[in-house]
Design a protein around this ligand. Sequence first.
Ligand code: 9D3
Length: 226
Amino acid sequence: MTFHILTIFPDFFDGPFRHGVVARAAEAGLIEIRRHDLRAWTKDRHRTVDDRPFGGGEGMLLKPEPVFEAVESIFPERGDRRRVILLSAQGTRFDQAAARRLAACTELLLICGRYEGVDERVAEHLVDEEISVGDFVLSGGELAAALVIDCVARLAPGVLGNRDSTVYESFAEDGLLDCPQYTRPAEFRGWRVPDVLLEGNHEEIRRWRRQAAVAKTTKNRPDLLQ
Ligand code: 9D3
């Protein structure tokens, strides 16, 4: 699976994919991550990618021409399994189900917005989907693109093996957060690991984990309990 990133800050991605599962998947040739500098598709001396909003308002917008030219040259042909995504605060919310859908593609092109936004014709006439990573304000789409790639890449065919059943993997199994987990030592600064986990009664452990997951979900994410 190939990820293309269209950005004015290609150097931003020097770091995020050099560690862990994504780095190993790239080394194994299971995924490829290619960065494209949006300014390569400008035609003026100053390599201008932004301009002022019609109707007035704060800040600058990414202008449409370089973005259209870039996408059309990176993807001369489009298709179901070759999708173009705009990262923007106005997009539909990214979640594990969206990640699973995107993992079925062979090539994804992620466009990183900057400044106050992107000319709306990009969202309307160029991209397949517009995606937001959550209800908070970022300073641009780069961090969001890194997040989406991290999440989708581990679902790409062959990346995780069948240790996690990635086909069915959901963020919250049966609507619950993961249960609390402990490792050694059994007592740390006076805080003991629950006895049931040390005793080896697997039916009791299963029941404890279930109620602990419900308690954790109630406390931290009541919205998940319909
Ligand atoms: C929503 C606030 N906007 C109204 C004045 C300003 C604005 C905020 C953030 C304009 C651009 C941006 C840049 N954000 C992204 O490019 C972005 C983003 C985000 O801010 N939140 C969640 N997901 C994403 S994906 C891309």
